[in-house]
Write a protein that binds this ligand. Structure first.
Ligand SMILES: *Cc1c(COP(=O)(O)O)cnc(C)c1O
Length: 387
């Protein structure tokens, strides 16, 4: 069957796999060789060498990841941050300006404010809720626009179709961090985004046991990023490639469960008297529900909520829960829980957090693959201990 004919769950298993399996192996072997035989006259970027991102383990992943988002090309990287930073460094040069959504992954925000700024690449942040104000931020040297599908930790969903229209109107390269949605729930290249980024550490691998990233999108841009990556050296090692390929095969069944389990937990929390607010775009009362429903095929496994009281109650709840593990990161089989004010957003001042809407009693959950009724029972017993 041609890849184009396959649905996503089938592509996860079969797209990009070698037509003639190596040695008859049903599972792709790990090519643990730094270098490969080369013939006279091969160009530098085509030599097979792990850092040049072109061993058999890389090639399978590139074809599979591109197929997942219906894109022309893809590239795996040593981490999500390697994907994001290498792409921004490829597409922007000193003197350039770009626009970004106002609530970004912390590592990306620091890279923009510190590293890119020190290179003379400047950024203005957009109020995603007010598209009519975006053009006021344009400058003659504005080159790109950067967004996230679902933001952390408030699970906001911007009008991404509007972003694409805006990028088209003003000739901007459009980039999006699609980590929180995964290709099961959203495929940015189908909507017209030039590049889509993933921390494959999260849903794509799904087992909290590697760090990896991906750049997916238009061929000429992905190839330019690959060349930069070849020099910067943020290449994924073959063993991590193998684990990512293995994890990817179950992405569709995992995401279906994450989507359903998060909805179940969000509904339970929204109906509990000790919970003041739940941020989950799947809930019909959520402010992002209409936009998310128009754009996404599922609402993902990430939610956050505010517990009645303050940080003391939030910490007590995290301690009283038996199933979710208190750890950063997300998208694995196990549920993870954090209090953003003391973890991911601890670097912001209390005033900055307040302005961003991140209260001290906000709790974020990456809903895992446990039975959702066990998770609900655990939250019920933990809340019962505190109130
Ligand atoms: C984790 C994460 C990253 C960074 O990915 P790493 O694999 O940790 O480098 C970037 N964006 C988002 C949205 C993330 O959740």
């Amino acid at each position: 069957m041609k890849t184009e004919k396959m649905r996503l769950a089938t592509r996860l298993i079969h797209a990009g796999e070698p037509e003639q399996p190596y040695g008859g192996a049903v599972s792709m072997p790990i090519f643990q060789s730094s270098t490969f035989l080369a013939s006279e006259g091969t160009s530098y970027h085509d030599l097979k060498y792990i850092r040049l991102n072109n061993t058999p383990n890389h090639q399978v992943l590139h074809a599979k990841l591109a197929a997942l988002e219906n894109a022309e090309a893809a590239l795996v990287t040593a981490s999500g941050m390697a994907a994001i930073t290498t792409s921004l460094l490829t597409l922007l040069k000193p003197g350039d300006h770009f626009l970004a959504q106002d609530c970004l992954y912390g590592g990306t925000l620091d890279f923009i404010n510190q590293d890119l700024a020190s290179l003379g690449i400047t950024c203005d942040f957009l109020d995603y809720k007010r598209p009519e104000t975006w053009k006021d931020k344009l400058r003659p040297n504005t080159r790109a626009i950067y967004t996230e599908t679902i933001t952390n930790p408030l699970m906001q969903v911007a009008d991404l179709e509007q972003v694409i229209v805006f990028a088209g109107q003003y000739g901007l390269i459009s980039m999006i961090d699609n980590t929180f949605a995964s290709p099961v729930n959203f495929r940015p290249p189908e909507k017209g985004f030039d590049l889509s980024f993933h921390s494959c550490t999260k849903y794509l691998n799904g087992h909290s046991d590697i760090v990896a990233g991906a750049v997916i999108g238009r061929r000429e841009l992905v190839e330019a990023v690959r060349r930069k990556l070849n020099h910067l050296g943020g290449s994924l090692d073959p063993h991590a490639c193998f684990l990512l390929q293995r994890g990817l095969k179950t992405l569709a069944v995992r995401m279906a469960h994450h989507n359903r389990a998060a909805m179940t937990l969000a509904e339970f929390l929204a109906g509990h008297p000790a919970i003041e607010k739940v941020n989950y775009p799947g809930l019909s009362q959520d402010g992002h529900h209409l936009t998310a429903s128009r754009l996404l095929d599922g609402y993902s496994g990430m939610l956050s909520f505010e517990i009645r009281g303050g940080p003391r109650q939030a910490v007590a709840l995290i301690e009283a829960l038996e199933l979710p593990l208190c750890a950063p990161s997300l998208g694995g089989v196990e549920s993870l829980i954090t209090r953003p004010a003391s973890t991911s957003h601890a670097g912001m001042s209390p005033q900055q957090r307040r302005a961003a809407g991140i209260r001290d009693q906000l709790i974020r959950v990456s809903v895992g693959l446990e039975d959702p009724s066990d998770l609900v029972a655990d939250f019920r017993q933990a809340l019962g201990k505190i109130f």
